[in-house]
Design a binder for this molecule. Structure first.
Ligand code: COA
Length: 170
């Protein structure tokens, strides 16, 4: 298994992977595959941080980190990243492919100068990567999402120190 940046020729295969993988997700709106296309077409897309896990010429996992902004209490925008979505093909789960995608994307993001990542997801999975509830950093979300699922992670020590404010997913 190796991890590389997605390319245009992968897009159809990724669409179908995301669609199928989220059919067995604990939480899904059934539209994650379209969300991927929307993110890719949007101004927050970062090609270097859209990765696939490949094995035997088959894409078995995918992750996207896109630009995401905190509206700070100092009235400016702090540029961070959103981790969404991530998936691994059902047959390949629990082999640390998800962890590999997260760790690789974080390493690349750090090298690009990013200092923090946010997401909405299951705390039981994301705690292990250093995520905590974003309100612990005094950053809140203003949508109607239960705060325990809204999480942030510093890519570097004190990456969110002195950042207070809010963001919105929608
Ligand atoms: C979440 C997902 C990407 C993890 O991929 P993976 O390659 O299986 O992950 P890893 O092998 O790195 O980690 C597996 C561990 O995470 C746990 N885990 C996976 N999903 C979890 C969840 N939603 N909540 C809690 N724990 C979870 C597994 O039980 C396993 O635990 P263990 O290490 O104690 O045995 C994969 O399960 C998936 O594609 N799920 C469907 C899509 C989805 O839900 N995406 C996340 C949206 S927030």
């Amino acid at each position: 298994m190796f991890i590389r940046q997605e390319t245009e020729k992968d897009f159809k295969e990724i669409y179908s992977l995301v669609k199928t993988a989220f059919e067995t997700a604990r939480v899904s709106n059934g539209k994650e595959q379209d969300f991927v296309n929307d993110l890719r077409a949007g101004k927050n897309y970062i090609p270097e941080l859209a990765l696939v896990a490949e094995q035997d010429n088959k894409i078995i996992g995918h992750i996207m980190l896109t630009k995401f902004y905190v509206n700070t209490d100092k009235d400016n925008k702090f540029e961070a990243l959103l981790l969404a979505p991530i998936c691994v093909m059902l047959e390949y789960r629990n082999e640390k492919i998800g962890a590999g995608l997260i760790n690789k994307s974080f390493e690349l993001a750090k090298n690009m100068g990013y200092t923090a990542v946010f997401l909405v997801g299951d705390p039981n999975y994301y705690y292990r990567f250093g995520f905590q509830q974003s309100t612990n950093y005094n950053i809140r979300n203003i949508d109607n999402v239960d705060a325990k699922y809204v999480m942030g992670c510093e890519l570097v020590k004190d990456g969110l120190k002195d950042i207070t404010g809010y963001f919105s997913f929608y």
